[in-house]
Design a protein around this ligand. Structure first.
Ligand code: HEM
Ligand SMILES: *[C@@H]1O[C@H](CO)[C@@H](O)[C@H](O)[C@H]1NC(C)=O
Ligand SMILES: *[C@@H]1O[C@H](CO)[C@@H](O)[C@H](O)[C@H]1NC(C)=O
Ligand SMILES: *[C@@H]1O[C@H](CO)[C@@H](O)[C@H](O)[C@H]1NC(C)=O
Length: 320
């Protein structure tokens, strides 16, 4: 026994390393199997955003809601059928997630260029990066090699995606449950520098919270009635200053108590570690961009399916 374990220990170590490298994502994953991937994705994203700027925000949010539920596996893209319950009607997603048609257009273009090769999960990761860049944010090389799930989870979509009513401590724990740090959470929240929210998502904050600028609350109340059920879908920009530009003004809003969501404004209360991070980002686009990029890479690493797990879907909306 002793001698055989001496022989097998190095072998076991080798297999362990092999196993862990096989599960790693890599920026060059499609460099020979689909060399035109990045230009193909970028041109579809660019034309979608040129028609409607908000779509860049919608795509970025799709990636977040994908990664937080069963990992970055395109589970969020699966349509409901009479025999399959997907994630699209879960509370955080229903009547809220958008951009699915853009993902379909990208998938069609990518299938033409390299049939059966690129996963929907990777398309979402690349399209999110492109959206950020096109709207003025930082560029990063996206790690690739994710595969698509053959399942979705309605219940985990309800449980794992943080709602806008969450307390700061619960917000921190939702992110840490996904392996993301408090700093990742603060930097990734900066995605709210673009896009829109419905009255139903910020009503509690503008009527009941006291950590809000009075005149800002008044402005937002004018298009978001107090009573649940009236004007629920009325929209307001998450960043009142530059809602279609990916910049650090989200953090300036927080310092001025002009965050739109309860969860946004909880990141700043003048004192404490989190407030000091918010201050740093409000003072330095460079620091925000660099931490946002690390956050996106960390989020993109959440439980990917690799190797022979899952599949490469033919249509992002249904399993093969
Ligand atoms: C920190 C916890 C977070 C909470 C509680 C949260 C919550 C929300 C809510 C309630 C909305 C508005 C939805 C609606 O009313 O229809 C929203 C929009 C958005 N979220 Fe988050 N979010 C969080 C983190 C993130 C992260 C990490 C990202 C991406 C990295 C992100 C990207 C976006 C974008 C871009 C929009 C606008 C989407 C659009 O205009 O279509 N959010 N978020
Ligand atoms: C999703 O929204 C639709 C339309 O508002 C509603 O009829 C449906 O009940 C909602 N689904 C869930 C699961 O809440
Ligand atoms: C505001 O607080 C009151 C009292 O706690 C509560 O009944 C009401 O539902 C809250 N309103 C919103 C919009 O959250
Ligand atoms: C402010 O937020 C920090 C977390 O960054 C928290 O520890 C502290 O208790 C909060 N202070 C006040 C006055 O609410």
């Amino acid at each position: 026994m002793a001698s055989s374990s001496k022989v097998f220990a190095p072998l076991a170590l080798f297999l362990l390393l092999l196993g862990s490298t096989a599960a790693e994502l890599s920026t060059s994953f499609y460099s020979s199997s689909c060399p035109r991937l990045s230009s193909t994705v970028k041109s579809v994203v660019r034309s979608a955003i040129s028609k409607e700027k908000r779509l860049g925000a919608s795509i970025l949010r799709l990636f977040f809601h994908d990664c937080f539920v069963l990992g970055c596996d395109a589970s969020v893209l699966l349509d409901d059928t009479p025999t399959f319950q997907g994630e699209k009607t879960a509370k955080p997603n229903n009547n809220s997630l958008r951009g699915f048609e853009v993902i379909d257009q990208i998938k069609n273009a990518v299938e033409k260029a390299c049939p059966g090769v690129v996963s929907c999960a990777d398309i979402l990761a690349v399209a999110s990066r492109d959206s950020v860049v096109i709207l003025g944010g930082p560029y990063w090389d996206v790690k690739l090699g994710r595969r698509d799930s053959r399942k979705a989870s309605f219940s985990k979509a309800n449980k794992d995606i943080p709602p806008p009513t969450l307390s700061l401590s619960k917000l921190i724990s939702k992110f840490s449950a996904k392996g993301l740090s408090t700093k990742d959470m603060v930097a990734l929240s900066g995605a709210h520098t673009i896009g829109q929210a419905r009255c139903t998502s910020f009503r509690g904050h503008i009527y009941n919270d006291t950590n809000i600028d009075v005149s800002f609350a008044k402005t937002r109340r004018s298009n978001c009635p107090r009573t649940t059920g009236s004007g629920d879908n009325n929209l307001a920009p998450l960043d009142l200053r530059t809602p279609t530009h990916f910049d650090n003004s989200y953090y300036n809003n927080l310092i001025n108590f002009q965050g739109l969501l309860h969860t946004d404004q909880q990141l700043y209360n003048i004192s404490g570690f989190i407030s000091s991070v918010v201050k740093a980002y409000s003072g330095s686009t460079h620091t925000f961009f660099s931490d946002f990029v690390s956050g996106m890479i960390n989020m993109g690493d959440i439980r990917p399916l690799t190797g022979s797990e899952g599949e490469i879907r033919r249509s992002c909306r249904k399993i093969n």
